[in-house]
Design a protein around this ligand. Structure first.
Ligand code: HAM
Length: 428
């Protein structure tokens, strides 16, 4: 067809896939609530500067992946590529900043990145995430990891592995950077251009270079944990001890660095075996104690994670098939239209889901549509039913029909539906 198609990398969320995402999200929100997190939503677009300063000028997200546009007032806006910088901004701009610290927040919604679309990788995708603001104790890092882990357990997801690293902080990272540069200096000429560029702009990113991964060089590269200052070392140990207390298995991964620049100390990702290659992260997160200052606000430690809902939904057990209404109300022309409209309204008010077909087309066509829609009982309202204050209840499975008085109809219908296949037998 020659119509206008949806933009590349976007999806129409049809009933089943959407129900799946919603189920995954609902489980996440419940687990977060049980840990004392409260849900907020931030705008889908923000000032471009929020991400340039927060996420980092030299990151792939900022240099290549943002949907940035001027609005009619000439301001530069960006469709949010992530939710952490917006949550920190929202904290400072709202009464949340007066709340007792730490503030525990959960959020979800669409995110946008101009990435190469592929399996589990979209230009519009959905995240669920949590952030704890105003707490620097490392046990809280383990709390957010634990929350995410319990969420996956509740969804019946297995085959995951938790990758953990410490990226150091302002105090120890400069020395680590210098050690990395010193290690790569004599090898510079042999490196692919992309990695030379990474070393110039953001040396830590070399550690997750796909280009170098196969070459073995990275196995000998200096490791962050050998360069941690005492504060970072103690924090990393405490995170690990708390994870052990929670019974959550993890692997310390010396090459784990994150694609966003705001992280300090703890960084983690949860990978799944079915999501191959560089796109295997179900979620990622870590501590970002310097982010608030990067955005021009007072210091505020923070830690959190975000998960791609599409990726989590992809590997979680499929939900039960979606059911539609079990009841249809059909008018039998030439009479019954008004009575059918009123009856459907009455049944819905009583909490029943009802398909209504009250037009003037023939009853046969209506019955056929109701059958194909999976309805179990069709309630037919024609001239005699209007006069007798009854309704003809037709059981679609056996094609048997009984007349039921309008008075007390709701109770009768509940009985009929509750009795499964034998419903209606013996009704008068
Ligand atoms: P991130 O690692 O950039 O972190 O994204 C988190 C998750 O979002 C990924 O693990 C992945 O599941 C999903 N995701 C990212 N890009 C795409 C895409 N193009 N298509 C589908 N899914 C995708 C953050 O966004 C940080 N804000 C996480 C965080 C919260 N750190 C601290 N607090």
């Amino acid at each position: 067809m020659a119509g206008i198609s949806r933009p590349r990398g976007t999806e129409d969320l049809l009933p089943e896939p959407l129900a799946r995402l919603n189920r995954v999200l609902a489980a996440g929100l419940q687990v977060a609530e049980a840990h004392g997190y409260r849900q907020i939503e931030t705008p889908i677009f923000e000032s471009t500067d929020l991400f340039v300063r927060g996420v980092g000028e030299s990151t792939d997200v900022v240099t290549r992946e943002m949907y940035t546009f001027p609005d009619r007032g000439g301001r530069s806006l960006t469709l949010r590529p992530e939710g952490t910088a917006p949550v920190v901004r929202a904290f400072w701009e709202s009464p949340l900043r007066q709340a007792p610290l730490p503030v525990r927040i959960s959020y979800s919604g669409p995110m946008f990145r101009y990435d190469r679309p592929g399996k589990g990788r979209y230009r519009e995708f959905h995240q669920f995430g949590v952030e704890v603001l105003g707490e620097s104790e490392p046990e809280v890092d383990a709390e957010v990891i634990g929350l995410a882990w319990r969420w996956l357990e509740r969804l019946g997801v297995s085959g995951t592995s938790l990758q953990l690293n410490s990226l150091g902080d302002r105090e120890c990272r400069p020395a680590y950077r210098a050690a990395l540069l010193e290690f790569f200096e004599p090898r510079m000429a042999a490196l692919p251009e992309l990695d030379r560029e990474r070393l110039r702009r953001n040396p830590l990113r070399v550690l997750d270079s796909k280009e170098l991964a196969g070459e073995g060089i990275l196995d000998h590269a200096p490791r962050t944990i050998d360069h941690l200052c005492p504060g970072c070392r103690e924090a990393f140990e405490r995170v690990q001890e708390a994870l052990v207390a929670l019974g959550i298995p993890f692997a310390v991964n010396h090459r784990l660095v994150r694609g966003l620049d705001y992280y300090a100390r703890t960084a983690f990702e949860v990978w799944h075996q079915e999501l191959a290659g560089a796109q295997n992260a179900l979620f990622g997160g870590g501590r970002y104690d310097g982010l608030s200052e990067l955005l021009g606000y007072p210091p505020l430690p923070g830690v959190g994670f975000a998960a791609g809902l599409e990726r989590v939904a992809m590997i979680s057990a499929p939900p039960p098939p979606l059911g539609g209404p079990e009841l249809a109300v059909l008018s039998a022309p030439p009479a019954g239209q008004k009575a059918a409209v009123a009856l459907a309204d009455r049944l819905r008010a009583a909490g029943m889901a009802v398909l209504l077909d009250a037009g003037v087309r023939g009853l046969r066509a209506k019955l056929s549509f109701a059958e194909r829609s999976g309805v179990r009982l069709a309630l037919i309202v024609g001239e005699s039913e209007v006069q007798e204050r009854t309704v003809a209840v037709r059981r679609m499975a056996g094609r048997t029909q009984v007349s039921v008085p309008l008075e007390g109809l709701e109770g009768r219908l509940r009985d009929l539906l509750g009795n499964g296949e034998s419903a209606g037998e013996g009704a008068s």
